[in-house]
Design a protein around this ligand. Structure first.
Ligand code: PRP
Length: 234
């Protein structure tokens, strides 16, 4: 049965069948990167031998690369500027960009976004997954002032059951944060399908789509726990 967050209590870990990877690949408005540099860095990130400092650096770098892909169609407007040589017509981004890292694993991705968009507004959203129910619990947000944005990216490395992403987007919509997009590193087919069903208006940008969830709700093959591996709390 669906709960308030849009997540379900009927989860794959409790016997619900999971969609095949191929079945969700063609869902509308899902952008799975084919960029070789992103694939190369994801491989290093997945490797169990990758140490905490390198893991955090890689998440930041992947955030930068995914930001580049997820901003490819942003609106710009014409301005007149003066180069050292002469006046010219040029283009600037129209309106502010917001980035919402889902704490805490989204922090590294948000740092990566800021390498591309240093003026971006960062609106932290604290969600954690209850270890027993796997339902997201909100513990921090300051979203009331996150308005007047051209676009707002909800960023979180892992889309597992989809509960956290769905809940984050529910919260952002409740605060009327406009023009939402979701950016993640790795998704399970189940979570991606649930996210598309709950928020069909929100485009999704991913580094990779993996195979399945295991009995503990971890993405397989995945990369383990993105929060713990970024912050050394293994
Ligand atoms: C992880 C991850 C997502 C969520 C994904 O966070 O960063 O936020 O789980 O799972 P879901 O799709 O099933 O909701 P976690 O709750 O471990 O918190 P952390 O970021 O503090 O490590």
């Amino acid at each position: 049965m669906a709960n308030e967050s849009g997540a379900t209590s009927a989860l794959p870990m409790r016997g619900v069948p999971q969609p095949a990877r191929e079945a969700v690949l063609s869902l509308p408005d899902v952008h799975i990167s084919q960029h070789p540099v992103i694939q190369h860095k994801l491989t290093a990130l997945r490797d169990r031998r990758t140490a905490v400092p390198d893991f955090y650096r890689l998440v930041r770098e992947l955030g930068t690369l995914l930001a580049y892909e997820a901003t490819a169609d942003l609106a710009t407007h014409e301005v007149i500027i003066e180069t050292p040589i002469e006046p010219t017509r040029a283009r600037r981004l129209t309106g502010a960009v917001g980035v919402v890292p889902i704490l805490r694993a989204g922090l590294g991705l948000a740092e990566g976004f800021r390498q591309v968009l240093p003026d971006a507004q960062v609106w932290h959203l604290g969600l954690r997954r209850d270890e027993h129910t796997l339902e997201p619990i909100e513990y921090y947000n300051q979203l009331a002032r996150a308005t007047n944005l051209q676009v707002c990216f909800s960023v979180d490395p892992m889309l597992a059951t989809g509960g956290s992403a769905i809940d984050a987007l529910n919260t952002l919509k409740r605060y009327r944060v406009p023009h939402l997009r979701y950016v993640g590193l790795i998704a399970a087919p189940y979570g991606l399908q649930k996210l598309r069903e709950a928020h069909p208006d929100v485009p999704v940008y991913l580094g990779a789509l993996d195979e399945r969830l295991n009995d503990q709700g971890f993405i397989c093959p995945g990369l383990g726990d993105a929060g713990d591996r970024q912050f050394g709390t293994l």
